[in-house]
Design a protein around this ligand. Structure first.
Ligand SMILES: CC(C)(COP(=O)(O)OP(=O)(O)OC[C@H]1O[C@@H](n2cnc3c(N)ncnc32)[C@H](O)[C@@H]1OP(=O)(O)O)[C@@H](O)C(=O)NCCC(=O)NCCS
Length: 169
């Protein structure tokens, strides 16, 4: 059984550790090692994680194996993104050994339920164009709605699709 629970500030080091274990295999063939290190530092330093939770209204959920209590991965989301009726999924990362077993689907479905209960009518996210997660999102009924090239500094860019999933209200 998998348990999904909201993370507290106390759990942020677990989230950071999962990201550091997951990014190399996710982006190793897409981004340079320098860019992976830069982005991990930008998005997963304890300062950055604390800012996301305390100032930017990001909510983190952790997926845990119920019996062993082993942490498998996490997602983070933000209701009313940019003042719209959209829930933005900022992050979703599962440890390599926990991928392909239905946990990602559980996390997306949980955010979808929370989002609907909040009254938002769309899930939205950015994904690197070359990440195979694009096919996962398509399987979860997300559609590509836009392209975004984002300058993240230090000479690095993010080359993303914006994908959205309309929710039945
Ligand atoms: C992307 C990720 C969250 C997906 O979660 P997951 O647990 O591996 O996916 P699931 O096992 O829940 O798959 C759900 C469905 O999508 C399908 N799917 C998953 N990955 C797929 C892929 N690469 N291509 C095609 N279909 C895929 C599954 O076959 C399954 O289909 P089904 O419902 O018919 O059985 C996970 O693999 C992951 O953490 N990857 C690395 C990090 C990453 O890329 N994060 C996204 C950043 S934007």
């Amino acid at each position: 059984m998998i348990t999904i629970t909201p993370a507290t500030e106390h759990d942020l080091p677990i989230i950071r550790a999962i990201a550091y274990q997951t990014w190399p295999s996710t982006f190793g063939e897409i981004l340079s090692a320098d860019q992976i290190g830069y982005m991990l530092d930008m998005m997963y330093s304890m300062d950055a994680l604390n800012r996301q939770v305390n100032e930017q209204n990001h909510v983190f959920l952790l997926a845990q194996e119920s019996e062993s209590k082993t942490y498998l991965g996490f997602t983070s989301y933000e209701f009313d993104y940019k003042g719209l009726s959209k829930t933005k999924i900022h992050k979703i990362y599962l440890l390599p050994a926990s991928q392909g077993k239905g946990v990602g689907k559980l996390l997306i479905n949980e955010v979808a339920e929370l989002s609907s209960a909040h009254g938002n009518d769309t899930l939205s996210l950015n994904v690197n164009k070359y990440n195979k997660a694009v096919q996962f999102y398509e399987r979860m009924d997300f559609f590509i709605v836009d392209n975004e090239t984002i300058d993240i500094g230090n000479g690095f860019i993010m080359d993303d699709y914006v994908m959205e999933k309309p929710m039945k209200m």
